[in-house]
Design a protein around this ligand. Sequence first.
Ligand SMILES: [Mg+2]
Length: 113
Amino acid sequence: MNNYTLAINDGVEVDLIYVKAMERWGRDAQIVKAAEEMAELSAVLLKYVNTDEKQRSSLVEHIREEMVDVEIMLEQLGLVFGDNYDEYLFKLWRLSRRLGIKAGLDGEDDGEG
Ligand SMILES: [Mg+2]
């Protein structure tokens, strides 16, 4: 694998890349692209679990690539549908509870003193 570096470390400028992508190809095209990338990740994940244990390592790099594709598209979906960080925190908190991990959530009153 190549070791690329991106000379943009400022979050605002990374957002600019997503804004420019949205301007270049359009909102609906980027929504479709997001769905396509998710389908690609789904396909390779299903292939992984349906592949003999000895052959699975050959799919790991492909999985990582598709994970990145999806992450990039999720960032662009955030531009279209808005910030979902509160939902992310809530669902992570809920998962932690299901796992018996006591995690705090700002504003939460868990009834314990
Ligand atoms: Mg892809």
